[in-house]
Design a protein around this ligand. Structure first.
Ligand SMILES: [Zn+2]
Length: 342
């Protein structure tokens, strides 16, 4: 098959488009013919070596995949070639203490499609049969590919972790990103009011169109001051944070008393510091989360079918132009998800 892979770490120029080993469906596994694969910030960490692929190089990125079932391994039931599919990107062992408690995303042997295994910047990809969900006819392959990591992570962060409620105020960092564009919509679906940040003025209307009431350009404005001004000096109840560094630190200062910050990524830097007096004197909660459950993914898909949530697809590149797609994300030009299509 053809795939876009890398043999050494670096920038977009390291992405090669060439022949690659075909995945083979072993017992309990399914090979999916990729119809669309979304890019993620974690792809950039895998590519540049900040998060080296655990199985080594060469490696194929791509954790958000839709397609059709191509082949099934021994013992796989209920899935047949040709069936439309969406892949749940988290792998867990099902046997460790955390899996048995139902917290599969903190499995001691947790892994991601496209990180711990080769992913979807390819014509074919394989995954355990338990990770394959039917993709409803009402959802296009391209719309579906924007969901299984970005929208699911934002859903889990806001609904399960932050317990977002009607009337609350929510700060969403980086509205132009996949998780940001999803988080604005999900917070609005909860009946919350949203302030969002963007890195350039040309993304302000985009953030408003998704439901943000107030939009701040974090390069030219102080988002903590703007948040305080927008909320009558009170601060917000929830922050969805995925940048790290100073953005993480200052996001905590934007919280109201009893507020919750959910950390779902560290795209600029893995580090962050805090004036801890804010944390204890305001009784703040700082939570971490990654992905969500298969059940939550099914719920998100239902909201898509009913039109209450809309995946935001910025641009679709042919797979052979994966290098340009990666550069587009690295340049932060995207508003919503960037896809590659074989
Ligand atoms: Zn486990």
């Amino acid at each position: 098959m053809k795939a876009a892979f890398f043999k050494e770490h670096g920038g977009a120029e390291k992405i090669l488009y060439d022949d690659y080993r075909d995945p083979v469906a072993e017992a309990g596994e399914v090979v999916v013919r990729v119809r669309a694969c979304a890019l993620n910030q974690v792809d950039m960490l895998l590519l540049d070596g900040r998060f080296p692929p655990p199985e080594g190089l060469p490696h194929v990125n791509g954790c958000e995949v839709t397609g059709t079932v191509e082949a099934v391994g021994a013992g796989v039931k209920g899935l047949a070639p040709g069936q439309r599919a969406i892949i749940f990107p988290g792998f867990s062992c099902g046997r460790c203490e955390y899996c048995l408690r139902g917290a599969r995303t903190v499995c001691v042997r947790y892994g991601y499609l496209g990180a711990h295994k080769d992913g979807g910047y390819a014509e074919l990809v394989k995954a355990p049969a338990a990770n394959i969900l039917p993709l409803p006819e009402a959802i296009s392959f391209e719309a579906g590919a924007a969901v299984p990591m970005a929208m699911l992570t934002s859903w889990h962060a806001l609904i399960a972790q932050a317990g977002c409620r009607p009337g609350q105020r929510v700060l969403v960092q980086a509205a132009g990103s996949g998780v940001g564009s999803a988080a604005i919509q999900i917070a609005r679906l909860c009946g919350a009011r949203v302030i969002a940040t963007v890195g350039s003025d040309d993304k302000i209307d985009f953030a408003r169109s998704l439901g943000a009431e107030h939009v701040v350009n974090y390069r030219t404005q102080d988002f903590v001051e703007e948040t305080k001004r927008w909320s009558g000096k009170r601060g917000v109840d929830v922050v969805i944070e995925h940048i790290g560094g100073e953005t993480f630190e200052r996001s905590v200062y934007a919280l109201a008393r009893l507020g919750t910050l959910v950390s779902i990524g560290s795209h600029d830097t893995h580090w962050g510091r805090l004036d801890l007096r804010h944390v204890y004197s305001k009784n703040l909660r700082i939570l971490g989360t990654n992905l969500g459950s298969i059940t939550e993914l099914e719920t998100v898909l239902e909201h898509l079918v009913d039109g209450r949530l809309k995946p935001v697809v910025d641009r679709v590149f042919p797979l052979e132009d994966a290098r340009a797609a990666v550069q587009h994300v690295l340049d932060r030009k995207n508003r919503g998800k960037v896809l590659v299509v074989p």
